[in-house]
Design a protein around this ligand. Structure first.
Ligand code: MG
Length: 432
């Protein structure tokens, strides 16, 4: 039995609003990929192009077994992240850059996928259309939590906020999955410049037409541009055999595809998916518009990268690590009543929904801490990871012990007037 031929083609269009195309794509013989760069002109282009390199290097390679093929693809994405994040850290003009990366590799009858961000992979199999990748976005998280519906997500003011990206942190969780291909399968990879404005049903319709691949891509680009073309549009179409050929023997797998990249995500579910809400404000105000209508204009024109960067500026409390705007794993030390606790997530809310939870409780209470530090913790002290959060707790300045000189201890300002005593005593050992 011969393996069906693989045909892949891709296209990228700047859209109607952006001046530059920060998306990039790769179409090889066995590997295809889409990357949606962010971070501003040049930086975004560098991020997406750089991220594709390790993936490109896998093209045409033969692997001993499917497991090593998938792990190589995953490793390539990890390497892409390491390279882009190093460049972002080393080069000031690249600071804050990042990219999505969705890569697919066909190996015999197996398809391997590795994915970070909100670009997407869709599969059309025997007329049934499904999204194979999981969006690493705030709205997807809210959908998963049952807090908003898919319909609400489409117009959600924060729908452009991504929670995982390549290049914003030295480490990254990569979603990776393998599945068996069937003759006639069509895989579509695309950036959000397509999916942000063209409904899934329209995309499915174009794939179902079975027209020539280039004509199909042209029509999809046209559809995105007719809808305003607010973002760069990049699409790769991969066909496994002739989509118009009658299906081979019907198998059990002809049911809708249920597999998703999330199933084999290396990330611990909540932590991996929560990622970082880098574009949220501390007070819960929104970025890129305060309602759906405003957001449809401003949010899209500003674009995701700008929204993320704006968020950073607003998220003063999270501006650490040289201004990284996305926190892959966010922890901070804060208060719960009188107790010092370590939170996972960010100190922010979207409407009624908080974006954090208590990760660890400590034995420390506010009455043990130096008064000035209590107000620091009221605002939340950002940590780079859980260990760092524990160090912050251990190192938190304590209230002066009364043992040495009981008389002096009486002079420790009460929490009711924390500032008045600052002039005549220097036990307010602030961060000097
Ligand atoms: Mg985009």
């Amino acid at each position: 039995m011969t393996v069906p031929e693989v045909f892949a083609t891709g296209t990228s269009d700047v859209g109607r609003v952006r001046e530059a195309n920060e998306d990039d794509l790769f179409v090889g013989t066995s590997v295809v990929a889409v990357a949606d760069g962010m971070g501003g002109h040049l930086a975004g282009e560098v991020a997406s192009a750089t991220a594709l390199e390790p993936v490109r290097a896998l093209d045409g390679k033969v692997f001993a077994d499917p497991e090593s093929a998938l792990s190589s693809l995953r490793d390539a994405v990890v390497e892409a992240n390491a390279t882009v994040s190093r460049m972002a850290a080393d080069e000031p003009t690249y600071r804050g850059m990042g990219t999505t990366l969705t890569a697919a590799m066909v190996e015999g009858r197996r398809l391997h996928l590795a994915h970070v961000g909100d670009s997407r992979a869709y599969l059309l199999r025997q007329g049934s259309f499904s999204q194979v990748t999981d969006d690493h976005t705030l709205v997807q998280h809210l959908i998963d939590e049952g807090q908003i519906t898919v319909e609400e997500a489409a117009t959600h003011p924060q729908r452009s906020i991504i929670t995982r990206a390549i290049g914003v942190s030295p480490e990254v969780d990569v979603d990776a999955v393998s599945l068996d291909l069937e003759e006639g399968d069509q895989l579509l990879l695309c950036s959000d410049g397509l999916t942000g404005v063209v409904p899934d049903e329209r995309i499915a319709e174009e794939l179902r037409s079975g027209d020539a691949p280039q004509a199909t891509l042209d029509r999809l680009v046209e559809a995105a541009n007719e809808a305003g073309g607010p973002d760069n549009i990049t699409i790769v179409l991969l066909r496994y055999g002739d989509p118009q050929a009658p299906p081979a023997a019907t198998t059990a797998s002809s049911a809708p595809v249920r597999i998703g990249t999330r199933d084999e995500s290396s990330g611990e579910d909540w932590a991996g998916r929560l990622g970082a809400y880098g574009a949220l404000t501390r007070d819960g105000a929104t970025v890129g518009g305060t309602d759906a209508e405003e957001s449809a204009g401003i949010g899209r024109v500003l674009g995701r990268a700008t929204a993320v960067l704006l968020g950073v500026a607003l998220l003063a409390g999270l501006a650490f690590l040289g201004g990284r705007f996305l926190l892959d794993r966010s922890f901070y030390v804060g208060l719960e009543g009188d107790d010092v606790v370590i939170y996972q997530g960010v100190d922010a809310e979207v409407g009624p929904f908080t974006l954090n939870r208590v990760a660890e409780r400590t034995e420390v209470t506010v009455d043990e801490l130096a008064p000035f530090y209590v107000s620091v913790l009221e605002d939340g002290a950002q940590a780079t990871d859980l260990q760092d959060a524990r160090r912050i707790v251990d190192g938190a300045p304590r209230r002066e012990e009364p043992d040495d000189d009981p008389a002096e201890a009486d002079d420790v300002p009460s929490s009711a007037d924390p500032d008045d005593g600052a002039d005549d005593e220097d036990d307010e050992d602030g961060p000097s």
